[in-house]
Design a protein around this ligand. Structure first.
Ligand code: ADP
Length: 296
């Protein structure tokens, strides 16, 4: 029997913590605020952003969507990211992908104020994460670890294989697993023998965006499989990277798509926004105290 590792309960608990903290901040005059920058005609992305905005508002977080549409240029988006970085009323910034062809995603990610980089996509955030310094982890990567912890899956001394090496999912997940004392293998599009890479693992995390890439032959008996993939189909379905029917009975545990990593990711984005608001207000209070003392 394959155990299903759902994310909805954990997501609800994280959202609840975030809403308690948001209410406490609002009480002292700090209303947590998230800005989502969007530049695509892709309907499933727009739907995802609206769902984040709705969840934020239900949690007591203000949410502005800055929608450029699919014709936006790097310069336009860059200017807004810099402006949001300086705006004292904005605590968290998400730069939603995909962006229009030809825009410079690396440059734009670097323009996100690291203190407001609640999805950990600025390379400064990733560098700090790898160096064990305080930083926002990419929410999807953190959601993988949060789900494993929530379901009581021990990581120390285990073998883990991460399939995919993107800077927003595969690479940070691999580092977070190492930080938790797992022994990690990373597979990617040039891996000669993916089956060998995944079959040796106690835990397999898949983040490639290829529906049903992983089947029973990739999985050893009893392995824990975390499916990060979410490919939206034209008829409104969301497909994972793991063929759930195929691995059923072979895997010891599997996260569902939808309803696994996704809801936890969204909840963590809200939690990060509240954390960012709290840190920024503490920094501002400290700065104004120092200012008061020096003017005496
Ligand atoms: P995301 O950011 O959602 O993880 P990307 O498209 O940025 O998506 O990254 C996809 C990752 O999947 C890349 O690291 C790539 O090497 C990996 N990948 C793509 N195809 C395969 C494959 N057939 N086998 C293993 N890994 C793959």
């Amino acid at each position: 029997m394959t155990r299903i590792l759902g994310g909805s309960d954990l997501a609800a608990a994280i959202r609840n913590d975030a809403s308690v903290a948001a209410a406490a901040l609002t009480e002292i005059g700090i209303r947590p605020k998230l800005a989502v920058v969007l530049a695509t005609a892709d309907e499933s992305t727009a739907w995802y952003v609206r769902s984040i905005a709705g969840a934020a508002r239900r949690t007591g977080i203000e949410c502005d969507i800055v929608d450029f549409g699919p014709e936006a240029t790097t310069e336009e988006i860059h200017a807004v990211l810099v402006e949001l970085g300086h705006d004292p009323d904005v605590h968290g910034i998400i730069l939603q992908t995909p962006l229009p062809d030809g825009t410079d995603l690396d440059l734009l990610r670097e323009a996100i104020n690291p203190g407001k980089d609640i999805d950990g996509t600025n390379p400064v955030s990733l560098g700090r994460l790898i160096a064990h310094l305080p930083a926002f982890a990419p929410a999807t990567a953190q959601a993988v670890l949060a789900l494993l912890d929530h379901h009581g899956i021990d990581l120390r001394g285990k073998t883990a294989t991460v399939v995919g090496r993107s800077t927003v999912v595969g690479t940070p997940v691999a580092h977070l697993l190492v930080q938790r004392d797992a022994t990690v293998t990373v597979c990617h599009r040039h891996t000669a023998d993916l089956v060998a890479g995944t079959r040796s693992a106690d835990i397999v995390v898949v983040a490639v965006g290829i529906p049903r890439l992983i089947t029973a032959e990739h999985i050893s008996d009893g392995a824990v499989v975390i499916d990060v993939g979410t490919t939206a189909t034209d008829d409104g379905l969301l497909l994972g990277d793991v063929d759930a029917d195929s691995v059923d009975g072979r895997a010891g545990a599997l996260t569902p798509v939808p309803g696994g990593v996704g809801p936890v990711t969204t909840a963590l984005l809200l939690n990060h926004t509240v954390d960012a608001a709290s840190t920024q207000s503490a920094v501002r209070r400290a700065a104004s105290l120092v200012g008061l003392q020096s003017s005496r």
